[in-house]
Design a protein around this ligand. Sequence first.
Ligand SMILES: *[C@@H]1O[C@H](CO)[C@@H](O)[C@H](O)[C@H]1NC(C)=O
Length: 415
Amino acid sequence: MFARLLFLSLSIATVAAELYRYDNYTLYRIVPRDENELTVLRDIHRSSHAYEFWKEPSRVDEFTSLVSPSELRSDLEDVFMRNDIDYEISIANIQNVIDEQMESRTKRNADRNFRWDNYQTLEQIYDWFDTLAQEHSSLVSVIVAGQSHEGRDIKGIKISRGGGRKAFVLEGGMAGADWISPVVLTYAADQLIRGDDDEARQAVNDYDWYIFPVTNPDGYEYSHNVVRGWVKNRRQVSNTAVGVDLTKNWNSHWGISGGSFNPAFVNFVGIGPFSEPETRSFSAYIDSISSDLVGYLSFRSFGQRLLIPFAHTADHMYNYQEMVTIGRRAMGSLSVRFGTQYLVGTSSAVHDGATGAAADWVKHRYNLPVVATFQLRDTGTWGYFLPVAQVRPSCEETFDALMAIIREAKFINVL
Ligand SMILES: *[C@@H]1O[C@H](CO)[C@@H](O)[C@H](O)[C@H]1NC(C)=O
């Protein structure tokens, strides 16, 4: 069976034109009720890379999200049954969901306008940036924070009314299959540039904005064109394995908790901190602008959590108390539109506790007053396959939260 899976993954690498099929692949959501159940989930996680854990088992009462190939479903459900573990089948046949999204993508591509009611391709985003820079040349410029392994630009925009302002960095798209954070960030860019909201205007008067919606462009392209669930970058890391989970490759307690040291795994952390061209060049870019920064916000799929540094400890470090106050109030603002509930806290308290995160590295190195990671919708029902109907609501509520973060940070004199 493993020989067959290996063969599958090799043929994926060579036949780039066709989308990999997820027939009868299943998305599970499990909430372990005690330490025994947690141990069983951890054993499953370690047992085979064929089970792709989108969210690793981390602690009791915290949800785990995993995809099983069709061949291994009955083995998996046997283990659940034997150990009396309740599990939820969130998506019984992932291929059906992909088919629906492809159909809506075909419709989307027929419309030449750049829109926020569907997902966006890398080409659409980068072309839109070029157009913005032409149409708003005194306010918007295209910036490039280095290249990916396959030579794609890590492209962003800078929104600036001129020198002397402090700045925010917003970044997303660090996991290929995460299609929601790029669209959330292009929406934020649009609101900041063209929105008529007073707070948005003030935010551009007060700060420069560096926005990078896709920091893993190779993985993003691969997810769009070949394997929808692809998370890592696209560098060959062993004879048979490709890719590193860039969200865990930063030099902040790298490899201490969360992730895997096995290159075959979806959450492989790399052979060392900053082993990958994308994290190396993006961090060097951040360093080059660091003296101007006051804020750094990462955007990821998924979990509905606002993570405050740091992941490696439950201790409340630096200005954690201030940031958790800001975060709780901002998540209150986020919930106003659609009732979406977020948890706020350190990763080990409210999420998976995975170290090596970008925001943690920035916080430790520059101690900016405002640093956090948004884990966007949802809590594992759809995971990376968040329905198209939830794209625009995600954009709107997250932008509300962004404005609220600035408002609340000013209110308690953090900014
Ligand atoms: C998926 O499962 C259904 C029902 O068990 C089965 O009839 C079908 O052949 C399976 N499809 C594939 C491609 O494995």
